[in-house]
Every structure is written in C-alpha cells, then in structure tokens.
Design a protein around this ligand. Sequence first.
Ligand code: ATP
Ligand code: MG
Length: 567
Amino acid sequence: MSETNELNIETSENTEEKVSRNFIEVLIDKDLEEGVYDTVHTRFPPEPNGYLHIGHAKSILLNYGLAQEYGGKFNMRFDDTNPTKEKIEFVNSQLEDIKWLGADWEDRLFFASDYFPKMYEGAVKLIKKGKAYVSDLSADEIREYRGTLTEPGKKDPGSDRSIEENLALFEDMKNGRFADGEKVLRARIDMASPNMNMRDPVIYRVAHMTHHRTGDTWCIYPMYDFAHPIEDAEEGITHSICTLEFEDHRPLYDWVVKELEYERPPRQIEFAKLYLKNVVTGKRYIKKLVEDGIADGWDDPRLVSISALRRRGYTPESIKMFVELCGVSKANSIADMAMLEYCIREDLKLKRPRMMAVLDPVKLIIDNYPEGESEMLEAANNLENEELGTRQIPFSRELYIEREDFMIDPPKKYFRLFPGNEVRLMNAYFVTCVDYKTDENGNVTEIHCTYDPETKSGSGFTGRKVKGTIHWVDAKSAVPVEVRLFENIVDEEKGVYNEEDGSINVNPESRKIVTAYVEPDLAKAKAFESFQFVRNGFYCVDYKDSKEGAPVFNRIVSLKSSFVLPK
Ligand code: ATP
Ligand code: MG
C-alpha cells in the first residue's frame, strides 16, 4: 500500500458541481423575491440538556451557512424553558462546540428564559382575546379528553370560564397558589382538529422548580410549542429551521405568532435529521452510554458528540465537508460513518506530516551497520505537500519494524521482508533479510539484515529496484507511547438497539490500547496535534490523558477504506 489512502474517489471539483440549491434555499429565494422578507435571519436553538452531536452540527452549519450565504444574521439561542434537565455545564459545552465548528453568533447570544416575561404577557393577551383558558384537568385527563385520530376530543370544563376568571387564575398560577399539575393554561383552538396538536394544547404549566438562570422567579413555565414561536418572533427570525418531527406542530406555531399579532412572523421549515448507520446519535442515548459507564464521559472519542469528535482529532472542516455531502432533504436517510471518515482523511492528507510509528514492534538488526554509530537522515514531512518541509530522523544499527512486515514463509505477492528478500526502509536504505530468531513458541524475536550503504534514500541510487517499502523507527531513540485504537462502540453485527429491551448493543472491543514506538519528534506533540502515521492512519494527541513529553495518541481513522463517494 502506498502512503496515501487508495480510494477510488472523485475530485473535489466534481463534488462541488453536484451541490445544487437545496429545497430550503429555493424557499428562501422565493420569499425574498416575493418580498415576504427582505433579509435572512436564522438561529440555532438547542436545549442545554446535553452535549451537541454530529446531527446538531448539521443544523448549526445549515443555519449559520444560510445566514452567511444571504448576508443575513445568525442567532445563538438556548431553548432553556425546561429547567429539569438543563444545566450551565451544557450551556458552556454547547457554546464551545458551536464556536469550534466555526459558527459565529457575534453579539447575538440569547436565552429563551429572558423572554419569560414576554411569554407571560403573550399568554395574558391570548386570555384577553378569549383564546386561552385555565384548566383543572390532570395530565391523564387531558390525554383522555383529547380523543383519538378517529374521534374528536371532549370539551374541557375549564373552557367555560370567563376571561376575568381565567386572568385571575393564571395570575394565581404565576403567584404560586397551585401545586405542580394542579392547573394548566390551554390555548383554545379546536378540540375536533384532525391535527392532535391543535386540540387545545397546553401552553403553560405549574412547575415549582429552580431555573439555572432565572432562579425561583417563576413557578410557571411555557410549553415548547408556545415558547418557540415567540422566541423566533421576538428575535426577528425569518426562517425557523427545524427537523421533521415538528412538521405537525407547524400549524400551532403559525397560530401562536398570528394570535400574538407579530408583524412579520417567521416561517418554519422542516428538514430531515441526520442519522448515521450503526451509530448512537440521540442526546438521550449518548447520555445513557455515559451514565452506564460504557463511555468515559460525553467526549469519549468513540462517540459522535462534537466534543468527542474534536477530542478524537476530527476537524471542523471535515465535519463541514461531511454535512455538505449529506445534503439537506425532506426525506429521512441514513448516512454512513465511512463517509465521515473519508472526509477527515481528505482534510488531513495534505495538511499533516507523515511520521513513522511502529504499533506492533519487532526488532530488526542490521548486522553490517557499525555498532555504536548512528546518523541523522532527512525525510520529507509530506511528499504531496512540500510546504510541510523536512525533518531529521535518527538511524542506527537496531530498529523496530511492524511485526506484520516480516514473514518467515510468505505467500505469493508478499513484497515485504522475508528471508532472502530485499526491501526499502522508508527514508533510509535497502536491507536484505539474512536471518531471524524465534522464541520457544515460534514468535519472531529478532530479524537480522544487511544494508547497502549505496542505496541511501535521496542519494539518487538507481542500481536496482525493490518492490516493498516498510517503515521503521530507531530502537535507541524511539519513544514508547500509548496509542488507542478505536472501533465502533456499537456491535455492528447486531445493530444499535437490542430489540428485546431497547438497550444498546455494545462492542466490547471498541478500544484497544497498545504501546507503540514513535520517532522522537512525536514525543513532543501537544494536545490536539494530529499526524499521519505512515501506512497506519491518522492519529491525534489526546488532550486529557497526555502529559508533557508523553503524548497519548487516539486513532482518528485508519488509511484503508472501501468507501466510494456516492454519485
Ligand atoms: P436529540 O434528540 O439528540 O436530543 P434534539 O432535537 O432534542 O436532539 P435540541 O437541542 O432540541 O436537540 O436541538 C437543537 C436543534 O438541532 C433543533 O433544531 C433540532 O431539530 C436539531 N437537531 C437535533 N438532532 C438533529 C439531527 N440528528 N440532525 C439534524 N438536526 C438535528
Ligand atoms: Mg430535545
């Protein structure tokens, strides 16, 4: 195999040609043409109840990208209307992730909780218009009264209350006169609507909870479907982009902004969520892996939370490329992890130095190399990108090579090292295997070679050719480091979810730890620095477990792939 990944892929020009306007851009173009809006203002509205993942990255880059494309604005807004699961830790981690991805909200950082007074006013307005009433029904009763898809709902006894009575009761709700669940405020829409979301939805509930930002100021909290359109409208959002599960909620969204008489109400547009085959994406499920101790925290490099991808060594550019390749659509589809891996290889292949590291070492001794001597050899950092310059690598009589690069009795077409065969040591000399030693179990313990000083790399030697090139490190100066080889945390044979109990089918061998020998320069690598280990893959220095002079490397991705870019 050569140093680069041998993929049968198209060039980037080809892929760019393919990217045509997506359906959201088409809708926006039309809105601008017709003067429905004269600008584009989008937002990303996560709930701070967990870490963001690759699916959120799609939404972030889509919303931010549209604002950029149309010369509009992009808001970052926390949808923090449900205090039970929300935490400052998540607010901070989400901001860090979004910034890292490159989405810039400038000075437009908002919190839905800042609109609690507006939302309260909005609810009062609805009551005054006769469009909302206080209900005494319990959650179960509300469900029961709502009817079914084939049967209309039943009238809520509370809906007969006068406006004055509703106003007074709602104020009492706000003032803490009622216990959780004792009263709710419902929008008066249509108990017979074929859309269940329109059957007098609950818009406010009593919840005696401390909010991470507003403390105990409120003991009533707005429901998502009421709060979200207000947040968008208050910020002057033009296109409120969300995922398909909210399609059935759009009539309610439109109802809220209409009844609250916003002048230029936002338009909700839904697109399909990003799913990855055999990968745990939902916040809820990632959380479960973390809580069950299967993953070591939200940024365990085997996860696809943004912080995990960052820790593993993915770049914002690779994630952006991936999201663009996935496209934006109304139809659910499942992307392949191999495509994300393709993107990171493509991104790093010219940007990173190609260094030598031996992951499964066996000793190679050059019998005719003078004992006690050593030399420095020059090596290009990246043969495909001269700008990365060169470096000096120590070379001497004893080296390590990969165990799999030597065979006592090789099959045909094995061009690496075996008794009697000559290969090139990358950046160094040709060596011929003259002998080997094994232990009592037949494992090779030492390989003996002779080298030909004439064949030094870069000397212009053309006397003969060899078919195999293998990498190596100098035994005396190489540094042992911890390397973590990751596989999917999900058992791909079984699929993500166990059909019987809904638990996650875990791959027990998703993290293998080895001690590798690396070039001395690699021992100086700093957190988040990444490299290609020639013939092996891309690796990134773990920011949590590395120490000065003792980096721990995470394998981002191997070099091999059968992935072909879809046409
Ligand atoms: P999860 O189910 O993983 O918790 P969520 O939708 O509950 O995700 P939110 O914090 O509510 O998470 O989402 C913020 C935004 O990200 C929403 O607009 C949501 O539609 C979008 N989003 C969430 N998951 C995906 C995904 N897989 N693909 C694309 N967009 C997503
Ligand atoms: Mg959610």
